[in-house]
Design a protein around this ligand. Sequence first.
Ligand code: HDE
Length: 699
Amino acid sequence: MAKKADGQARIHDQTLTRGNGGELHQVAEGDTPVLTTAQGGPVADDQNTLRVGARGPSLIEDFHFREKIFHFDHERIPERVVHARGYGAHGFFETYESLAQYTRADVFQRAGEKTPAFVRFSTVAGSKGSTDLARDVRGFAVKIYTKEGNWDIVGNNIPVFFIQDAIKFPDLIHSVKPEPDRGFPQAQSAHDNFWDFISLTPESMHMIMWVMSDRAIPRSFRFMEGFGVHTFRFLNANDETTFVKFIWKPKLGLQSVVWNEAVKISGADPDFHRRDLWDAIQSGNYPEWELCVQLFDQQFADVFDFDILDATKIIPEEVIKPLPVGRLVLDRMPENFFFETEQVAFMTQNVPPGIDFSNDPLLQGRNFSYLDTQLKRLGSTNFTHLPINAPKCPFHHFQQDGHMAMRNPTGRANYQPNSWGEGPREQPSRGFRSNTSVEEGPKVRLRAESFADHYSQARQFYKSQTPPEQNHIAAAITFELSKVETPVIRERVVAHLRNIDEGLARTVGGKLGLKKMPEPADAAVKTRTDLPPSSALSIIGNGPKSFMGRKLGVLVADGSDGALLDAVQAAAAEEGATVELVAPKVGGFTAADGTAVAAKHMIDGGPSVLFDAVVLLLAEDGGAQLAKEAAARDFVADAFAHCKFIGYTAGAAALLEKAAIPPSADEGLIVLDSAKSAAAFLKACRTLRVWSREPDVKL
Ligand code: HDE
């Protein structure tokens, strides 16, 4: 009998018997628990409603039916107003060294200590059921269950944001969500409302460079960075403060897909990112990130080129080197998606003693919003009673009652001070203390002048990209604006681009077919051209050092060389990569030596966009046969167009020819004829893509 963690048993081995009407009933026997109503009453028949005669009307007296349908009708809770689509996993955070010098946060005191954590990754704009590969920012929300309360770093995979003040958030989100009159497009920023808002909001320009870059189409949650975005504060035991920014760096390096691939993945596997995380954790390949901090003091803040309270700015890693302080490992999937991932409630205001906020107006607004949203979504002030949200350290307070109260406070005292000697008391020495910075000034609605430069870091980001990445940014903006139906909006965006990079503006303007370039947008502060490129900003420059954690798709058919397949699989295992076989039939194929081998996908269900590199392991007959099949030709043509490494046997010649790929087109096409060549191929795959091919494929 399979047991669930909560002690309930799953029903799987019941006896089948025939009911009165001849239909099959499953009857509990032996250890199998008896099906009951929610009130615990045993159920005799779960197949038929109570009715008058076999063909008569149903009776409202049927409390079992009524309860079952009532509960079903209320299964959905409101989806998150943003970040609705997400996927989570459990793990732990391990502290490298004591950071007592900077913070008294308990989680940073002892080297080697492991603290439980839960992470939820998400897209922002799409509904709960939207595709994983939408062009979008990814949420990267981490809850660390420290011994002094939950610490949530509710971050994104992009270190800056669209707006500088929280009051603009509803406008931003309204503009990107489906347009209200027509109810579309879903999970897309490529439409008039979004670009209208953006073109009228110059502070968004730095973020726009990031979301139009490949950062917005990651290959996997496992291969993306996470950022706390805002400046926070550390407070040590003496209440001395240090400013801090948080960055998660993936152990397996950065990787994204290309846009044409993203579009096709959305069709082939809308759950691509979920499945990837699930597969990795279930197979024991636990994803890992290093937590890095950028630490600085007021003196640095005073001289830095930009305002450290402005969430549209980064502090380049070359200016303040990120210091690794711990690692996050995800090693367990939730047992139930709804119970944990859907009900988890992250809140920026969840900080333990030793961590505090800065005056970033975006962060201050968020600290208000996240508590509010939990009540709407989870329906009760008691959402902290849910196991996923409850602290794992002891907690005592006098909050009581409310909807769905799950705790049973005992004793007479539900207030303090009290004369009964009961209940918890404050502890000034251990408790949370805010930093004591002196704040004064007139009550105003005013954006600081130090927030006024909207283009310099946008330019720095663009200039820090490799040529293929710059091309992708231009292509993405062109694509998005091509979906914008109002010409003046397109022109306004190009006018902003002129303040970022003239070449980029001209490329986009040219590809859009603008008759005449617009004047550069009015800028409050002239774009700085002296900011040095930052190599940390490029994905290609921060890719993996091996093919570890990546997936190889091997196209096989009857007659394929089994020994060579073994060699490819061994070489992939050596790299730490996984292999999936794609065959004309999912039942598998018969290798040249007569062995029957099972496949994971049939060709239609396993297009090459699902893999990081592919092998065409075909005998001559198999190659000739597949050359006639559109799905097989697409498999090869897409792998080539997406600049992937392609290993192939001589038998694949006909297929390559039909897919219009010259066999020795470039160094990414590698002949496989021995175990040695298989190993060399897998080694070549480490660079992931043959970017030199891209100008020729002209996607
Ligand atoms: Fe959020 N955001 N946000 N956000 N956010 C929410 O809280 C909000 C912002 C982020 O996996 C909501 O529980 C405001 C920046 C993540 O459950 C809501 C502002 C960053 C998640 C909310 C921002 C984020 C959310 C909706 C402008 C990156 C998903 C559901 C000031 C640093 C967490 C919920 C999860 C979710 C408000 C801006 C990250 C409505 C008002 C900047 C990763 O409270």
